[in-house]
Design a protein around this ligand. Structure first.
Ligand SMILES: Cc1cc2nc3c(=O)[nH]c(=O)nc-3n(C[C@H](O)[C@H](O)[C@H](O)COP(=O)(O)OP(=O)(O)OC[C@H]3O[C@@H](n4cnc5c(N)ncnc54)[C@H](O)[C@@H]3O)c2cc1C
Length: 347
């Protein structure tokens, strides 16, 4: 394997990595693709039946229509089924469960090290495209008790919270969605967030009236202006600033605690490759006209470009053009897909 030089190595098989793979295959290029997990891994940890906020035509890839039986927005299950179908249709070969752990430039070639279960492997490619996403790990809040077994950064199946006291931490979409789903699954939900109001602009618009109704009526007790101090096996300890500016300590009973505080990018590979990362969100530097980084032949595609996004601006729907730009710049080919051009994400 070490002697073979591929035209391209694609790291990551999320929606954009797969869309790129279809373009490479259509162009007859000799490429190899890896994913640390299964294809579409990022969607696999969403709670069952979570719906995309994007319309189906905006998250469809490679010109293959994404259809749902009720014409509604796809759930993660429908989208994962769709991704498998795309892989089968184009017979894409993906080395899954094979993380890329090393990447270095040697003259005009790249050497990649991967770690499948069977050991270590080495690969060579003329171009490398990192499609590794930006939501690899939960954003920790670093309080005592965060690692207790009843505390999680992932919602999981709401069924497990039936008739349990669930404290949800966070004021954006994932917190609100978790609060509503647990409430509807029969949990006794409360929610704590740092600001005076929930971040309505960052919540799926159809969830906002319901969460407002439930918190205003007290059916979901809401602790605005609150900060978690510590978590014990039975309580969440909060500091709450009242509307009069008084500081109070509160201990809220909780059987389960869901820390819906967002996700961060694992940028170890980007750093290892020698990429420059910028600002507090550690966005990798690249040329948006070509998607090439500061290293010749090393490209970025998909949400990798956003670093750790505090306010999500880079989504599947505004990354499709990365594929065409890379095909043009790196390979002087076209992605050959007829698609609707989307400038702004729909929210
Ligand atoms: C709850 C939730 C809802 C969302 N809803 C939407 C929505 O409605 N619309 C939308 O556009 N976006 C949505 N997103 C964001 C969405 O997940 C991303 O936009 C999408 O997954 C990005 O696709 P991607 O191909 O850029 O990266 P990803 O899907 O994140 O794929 C990256 C892949 O790279 C792999 N990888 C990472 N590191 C390595 C490595 N070192 N070696 C090999 N493989 C590696 C990962 O395993 C992963 O499979 C949502 C996110 C969440 C959490």
């Amino acid at each position: 394997m070490i002697d073979h030089v591929y035209d391209a190595a694609v790291v990551g098989a999320g929606p954009i990595g797969l869309e790129l793979a279809v373009a490479l295959k259509r162009a007859g290029l000799d490429y190899v693709q890896f994913d640390a997990h299964q294809i579409g891994h990022t969607m696999t940890w969403w709670a069952p039946q979570t719906r995309f906020f994007s319309s189906n035509e905006r998250i469809a890839i490679a010109g293959v229509p994404l259809l749902t039986a009720d014409q509604g927005k796809a759930t993660r299950e429908q989208y994962l089924t769709y991704l498998r179908m795309v892989v089968d249709t184009f017979d894409l070969q993906i080395n899954t469960y094979e993380p890329v752990t090393g990447l270095r430039c040697e003259g005009d070639l790249f050497q990649l090290t991967t770690r499948p279960r069977s050991g270590e492997r080495t690969w060579k490619a003329r171009k490398v495209i990192l499609c590794t996403g930006g939501t690899d790990r939960p954003r920790l809040i670093n309080v005592p008790g965060e690692d207790l077994p009843h505390v999680s950064h992932y919602l999981g199946d709401p069924h497990q919270y039936f008739r349990q006291k669930v404290m949800i931490i966070g004021g954006k979409n994932s917190a609100v969605e978790a609060a509503l789903r647990c409430h509807h699954a029969g949990a006794h939900v409360s929610i704590s967030y740092r600001h005076p109001e929930l971040a309505a602009g960052e919540i799926k618009y159809w969830l906002v009236p319901e969460i407002r109704g439930l918190t205003h009526s007290g059916r979901i007790p809401a602790y605005a202006n609150s900060t978690v101090i510590k978590i014990t096996p039975t309580h969440v300890h909060l500091t709450v600033i009242s509307s009069e500016g008084d500081i109070e300590q509160k201990a809220v009973e909780a059987d389960f605690v869901l820390l819906m505080t967002g996700y961060v990018q694992d940028n170890a590979l980007l750093k290892l490759a020698g990429l420059e990362l910028e600002g507090p969100t550690q966005m990798p530097l690249y040329d948006p006209r070509t998607m090439q980084t500061t290293i010749d032949g090393l490209y970025l595609a998909g949400t990798t470009v956003g670093g750790t996004q505090d306010h999500y601006k880079v989504f599947i729907e505004n990354c499709h053009d990365h594929v065409e730009k890379i095909m043009q710049h790196a390979f002087h080919k076209s992605a050959e897909v007829n698609r609707i051009v989307v400038d702004q994400p729909e929210s």
